[in-house]
Design a protein around this ligand. Sequence first.
Ligand code: PEP
Length: 252
Amino acid sequence: MRKNIVAGNWKMNKTLQEGVQLAAEVRKQVEASGALKCEVVLAPPFIHLTEVCKVVAGSGIGVSAQNCAAETSGAYTGEVSAAMIQSIGCAYTLIGHSERRSYYGDTDQILSKKVKMALANGLKPIFCIGEVLAERESGIHFEVVKSQLEKGLFDLTTEEFQNIVLAYEPVWAIGTGKTASSAQAQEIHAFIRRTIELKYGAQVAQNTTILYGGSCNDANAAELFACPDVDGGLIGGASLVAEKFIKIAQAF
Ligand code: PEP
């Protein structure tokens, strides 16, 4: 059975001290919640990762980077490798967030290299896909996500693909306060699962975790997570306040 995940993408927010405090608060509230029906994952900025790993150690909370280098090691000033991320205890890395695609030139080809680098170093990629508003309005959103899947992931072996977590994030919903309706989310998540099925077979498709992201919050999470093909959320703004974030994790 596939795993439900609620992952908090802190983006470029919080000083180290604030981040440690937030992670400690999330841990406290996760432990006070009793058994949650999802894995909670935190994706803080790179320089917070070591400390956040220590704060959540032994709690079952996962830690993710927000990006990783496409190269192994060497003269790549400013980059952080998958091996480095794995060496401090992270289990995941986001790859292909729309902000990386649009502001930092992460093309499908680069993302495909990053995915392979993450997998080769024992990290699970949380691979983000999603269309911009003009693509949704012109009705090509299905082709857009299919192409992102094919170019970023579909040269993986079945064994490799089983370590991928997907996050469908319509770009028009990220940080805008506009959320996809549960019907829109279910429709495209089912399409993504069907696309995976055609490539890797029904069992792999059924076992793939597909998260929804885009202005998901404690008021709309329960309706989104009730969709049969939505297996949790990638949460931006609402992950910066422990109480709101935990309410989302409790929404299953
Ligand atoms: C995100 O950036 O992954 C995201 C979903 O952001 P927000 O929840 O703020 O829309």
